[in-house]
Design a binder for this molecule. Structure first.
Ligand code: SF4
Ligand code: SF4
Length: 306
């Protein structure tokens, strides 16, 4: 059994408690305009170009059989012409061209994680599955989670919540200690506009999992990305807070926009025009974070910032 992975990051202090290894899966059913990991959207391997290190010697242009590379193209590589043969990667002298994503087996993933087990044990950390959307590969991550638990390693899943709940309860839940669950936009039409699909499945899955989390072994922690004029509007924050209050949820995490993802779009040859407003290219302002914290506090909900 194999699944597409675009990165395994070690010694992370940001993706859950303690020191963690994070496995990023490739592929997602949603298409959020502000996705912080745009290389996780597409399930197939993609060409990644880092402009900053390119020495412009043109080796890739000569090598490409499809004439898909030119200094005259707006994004250097014409993705319509590119067939992902990756011949150009082999000739690039500065490693500016890379392949994003590779198909891995459970054993391969485990072998990269096990050397870090001592760090997990001494720090209260573990392994985080992220993406993309890891639940696209239910049976694969079920096996991976079981092997991690068998090795005595704590597990955390970051999810958009867009999955088949019955399969999730059978394959994933028994082997997951913590779930970070994204609640982005409450209005179904706006959710569809900005994330590609409406939120009915996401909200109903969350409600059911929250009820189970009250009596079962796992923790369910909701999170909301703060994206200027999209997720952070007064109306959306109030709707999210009301939803939590109706479930007696008293704590949430907010993820202020970090514009680093805009650089990643460039590496994939994607224009950021679909999302740009005056502020989305900036670090999210601290003052606005406090306004939104106060809004949640007004509903009796404490806020952490991630
Ligand atoms: S991956 Fe192949 S087709 Fe695409 S730009 Fe490189 S050499 Fe050309
Ligand atoms: S081969 Fe590499 S360094 Fe040379 S032009 Fe292409 S991307 Fe840039």
């Amino acid at each position: 059994m194999q699944a597409p992975v675009f990165e395994i990051k070690h010694n992370s202090l940001e993706d859950g408690p303690g020191i963690r290894s994070v496995v990023f899966f490739k592929g997602c059913p949603l298409n959020c305009a502000w996705c912080q990991n745009p290389e996780g959207k597409n399930s197939v391997s993609e060409l990644w170009w880092e402009k900053e290190t390119c020495i412009s010697d043109g080796s890739c242009i000569e090598e490409c059989p499809e004439n898909a590379i030119s200094f005259d193209f707006p994004h250097f590589i014409d993705r319509e012409l590119c067939t992902n043969c990756f011949l150009c990667v082999d000739v690039c002298p500065s490693s500016s061209l890379k392949v994003s994503g590779s198909s891995m087996s459970v054993d391969e993933v485990i072998s990269k994680i096990i050397p870090y087990k001592t760090y997990f044990e001494t720090s209260g950390g573990g392994v985080t599955l992220s993406g993309g959307e890891a639940t696209l590969y239910m049976k694969f991550i079920s096996q991976l989670l079981q092997e991690l638990k068998h090795a005595g390693i704590d597990t955390l899943l970051q999810t958009s919540g867009y999955f088949d709940l019955e399969a999730f309860e059978d394959f994933i839940l028994p082997y997951t200690d913590i779930i970070y669950y994204d609640i982005k936009i409450m209005d179904p039409l706006q959710h569809k506009e900005w994330c590609g699909l409406d939120n009915e499945v996401i909200l109903s899955n969350f409600t059911r999992l929250h009820a189970r989390s009250l009596t079962q072994h796992f923790k369910l922690l909701p999170r909301t990305p703060l994206i200027t004029n999209i997720t952070d509007t007064e109306e959306n924050i109030s709707s999210i807070a009301s939803f939590y209050k109706s479930l007696s949820i008293t704590r949430t995490t907010l993820l202020p926009n970090n514009p680093l993802w805009l650089q990643k779009l460039g590496c994939l040859g994607i224009s950021g025009d679909h999302i740009m407003n005056d502020e989305v290219g900036l670090i999210y302002p601290a003052g606005k974070q406090e306004v939104i914290r106060n809004q949640f506090n007004g509903f009796g909900i404490d806020v952490d910032f991630g």
